[in-house]
Design a protein around this ligand. Structure first.
Ligand SMILES: C[S@@+](CC[C@H](N)C(=O)[O-])C[C@H]1O[C@@H](n2cnc3c(N)ncnc32)[C@H](O)[C@@H]1O
Length: 221
């Protein structure tokens, strides 16, 4: 498979330009900035207050940036995390090695390599953080009911992957969330919002990171 192209975003962190319709993995305004804002500040930080163990589900683990930021969060906030990702097209080893996240986030390269090491097996990153990345499509995943507290919905865009942003997929995710659980995603598209509502979610529009006016946060009430 051809390597994705590396790009430096405006906060100095890398992203990748995929061979799949030229879709990028993150915002060109800042990859770390975007992930930190949408998934950590307005996702993880919203559920951790009342929980000592947070169960996260990610759709599209890609570069592993959200895993890395969640790992750092768990260390800084003494919150235990069980993280499960779905990624049918994992990066090649040399693509992972080129990314500057460990350097920018002051994390050992070994931790970042470990995140990308063993697909379909549980990996222990610390006594506070376990990770399992399943190499399969979210549409085919068997998810436990009423289990997760937080979902990072980070697939490629609704225009590129319309089959993922459907009522059917959101209904499956809705069922897998525990009551009060939330889903965050970078998209703010009307059709996405309607599919989420049809699945049963309550929707909020939240102010976005630089370069993005708003994004969607969905709650299982
Ligand atoms: C926007 S990028 C990933 C961003 C990622 N969270 C990161 O920080 O690098 C979208 C990801 O979704 C993955 N993907 C594509 N089809 C998928 C599917 N059916 N189920 C789950 N993930 C999928 C892609 O391979 C890609 O890694």
């Amino acid at each position: 498979m051809t390597k994705s192209k590396l790009q430096i975003t405006l906060d100095g962190s890398h992203t990748l330009i995929s061979n799949f319709e030229g879709e990028t993995y993150h915002s060109s305004f800042g990859a770390i900035q975007e992930s930190q804002h949408i998934f950590i500040k307005h996702g993880l930080a919203q559920v951790h207050d009342y929980m000592k163990r947070v169960k996260i589900l990610e759709v599209g683990t890609g570069t592993g940036l959200n895993v890395l930021l969640s790992y750092l969060w768990s260390e800084d906030n003494d919150v235990s995390i069980e993280y499960k990702g779905f990624e049918p097209f994992p990066l090649q080893e040399n693509e992972v090695a080129d990314l500057n996240y460990p350097k920018l986030l002051s994390i050992k390269n070994e931790i970042f390599s470990l995140i990308h090491s063993n697909k379909n097996k549980e990996i222990v990153l610390s006594n506070m953080f376990t990770l399992k990345i399943c190499m399969s499509q979210i549409q085919k995943a068997q998810l436990r009911d009423n289990y997760y507290n937080l979902v990072f919905f980070d697939a490629f865009s609704p225009d590129a992957q319309p089959e993922l942003w459907t009522t059917q997929v959101f209904t499956k995710i809705f069922k897998s969330l525990a009551s009060g659980g939330i889903l965050t995603t970078y998209s703010c598209k009307g059709s996405v919002k309607r599919s989420m509502q049809e699945a049963g979610f309550d929707i909020e529009k939240v102010p976005g990171p630089p370069g993005k006016r708003e994004f969607l946060r969905a709650t299982k009430g």
